[in-house]
Write a protein that binds this ligand. Structure first.
Ligand code: ADP
Ligand code: MG
Length: 389
């Protein structure tokens, strides 16, 4: 796939406007590679995401999803989101479903969140707060534009510059690849329910450990999925371990994932006080403020009714910009978290990213029915079928 993507950067349409600065990609995802390119006229640097359409499945709606990705990123034009300058497609032999999709984005020279944390000689609670605050703000704005991101994880948070701002405002959200909209006039990315939520589609989208309970249950969902994922991310940023994992003896098996989904549905994350320190290491949950635990607890409430919205979360004391709290958080050093994060990051890089998986063997009635749902069946018809069964 890599060679193919490189070839796409010698394509005539691409070369009319851009040149490749560096052949090694800035980053890679499940479907795409992102390259450092330069505008031949303005000499400005851009990050070019290239997707090989030949690797996408039409039946699974993957191609449509990538086209929507560009649209969603455009809709969420605001400082906390990586800017999308333009997107264009090149077709292969006149076949619109073959060839490449290009997305020219604002170049984030600072790299991924994990890498930056690794470079810090002293990692504190404040570092985690600043990232979570910026991303919460960005997501709250996406929600104002009726877009839900659904793929929040550290790999999708980038730093604009190497140096970074002291207030942490230089992190940005990228990768709208599985996002959905709740705008009835613009229902791209998937169906809406009668009351304006995103309708489930029989699949789980995103990275398994980050998927919200309502999606596992195949219930209608909204921006509260992003709140859940922000909670997972905050948990990881503080402790360096994921809140939900497959039981060790079942790791990598369908049963392992099923078991993890059960923990997620129950909101049964690894308890703060059962953190297992290595040697003399302190429990980061005890080092950090009580507010940190409260923040994570609120985000990881399984019931969407009781879970706060992103807007409500913005005023949570943990991320509120209070001078006294900020000064205290700066003193809370959680360096051992870095070692754990490094391990997690290496594992995440090894595990191939997935965009969605179809639910099989689910105990849940609606979800089982969904797995057998004909592709053209509407959500409302599906509901009626489940109700009468
Ligand atoms: P995928 O949808 O395949 O996961 P992403 O959009 O997340 O693709 O991009 C993959 C990786 O490329 C990111 O994790 C990041 O390392 C890098 N990347 C993405 N966008 C940019 C950008 N604007 N500037 C610099 N690097 C980027
Ligand atoms: Mg990504």
């Amino acid at each position: 796939m890599e060679e193919n993507l490189c070839a796409s950067l010698t394509n005539k349409k691409f070369l009319e406007k851009y040149e490749l600065v560096q052949p090694t990609p800035l980053g890679k995802g499940a479907f795409a590679s992102v390259y450092w390119v330069r505008d031949v006229k303005t000499k400005e640097d851009w990050a070019m995401k290239v997707v090989d359409k030949n690797h996408l499945s039409l039946e699974d709606g993957e191609l449509q999803a990538i086209r929507w990705e560009a649209e969603a990123q455009m809709l969420c034009h605001e400082p906390g989101v990586v800017e999308l300058r333009e997107s264009f497609e090149v077709s292969d032999g006149g076949d619109l479903d073959k060839g490449f999709i290009y997305m020219a984005m604002e170049m984030c020279k600072g790299g991924e969140l994990f890498d930056r944390i690794m470079e810090k000689s002293c990692y504190t609670e404040l570092d985690a707060i600043l990232v979570v605050r910026s991303i919460a703000k960005a997501l709250a704005n996406c929600h104002v534009h009726s877009v839900v991101h659904l793929d929040l994880k550290p790999e999708n948070v980038l730093y604009v510059d190497k140096e970074g701002e002291p207030d942490g405002e230089s992190v940005k959200l990228c990768d709208f690849g599985i996002s959905r909209t709740m705008d009835p006039d613009h229902p791209a990315g998937g169906e809406l329910t009668a009351d304006g939520h995103c309708a489930p589609d029989g699949r789980l989208h995103g990275t398994p450990g980050y998927i919200a309970p309502e999606m596992i249950n195949q219930e209608p969902f909204d921006g509260k999925c992003d709140v859940w994922q922000l909670g997972v991310m905050a948990y990881i940023l503080i402790s360096g371990i994921p809140p939900f994992e497959e039981p060790q003896h079942l790791e990598g098996t369908p049963e392992g994932m099923e078991a993890m989904f059960e923990y997620i549905k129950a909101g049964d994350y690894f308890p703060f006080d059962e953190y297992q320190p290595m040697g003399k290491e302190a429990n980061p949950w005890e080092v950090c403020s009580k507010d940190a635990r409260d923040f994570v607890k609120k985000c990881l409430i399984p019931s969407t009714k009781d879970r706060p919205s992103m807007k409500e979360l913005l005023v949570h004391p943990w991320i509120a910009n209070d001078t006294t709290r900020v000064a205290a958080a700066r003193e809370k050093v959680i360096n051992p978290t870095k070692t754990r994060l490094r391990k997690m990051m290496m594992r995440a890089k090894l595990q191939k990213g997935i965009r969605h998986c179809i639910i099989v063997n689910r105990l849940n009635k609606a979800a089982t029915a969904f797995a057998a749902k004909p592709a053209n069946m509407k959500y409302s018809e599906m509901q009626a079928a489940v109700a009468t069964n």
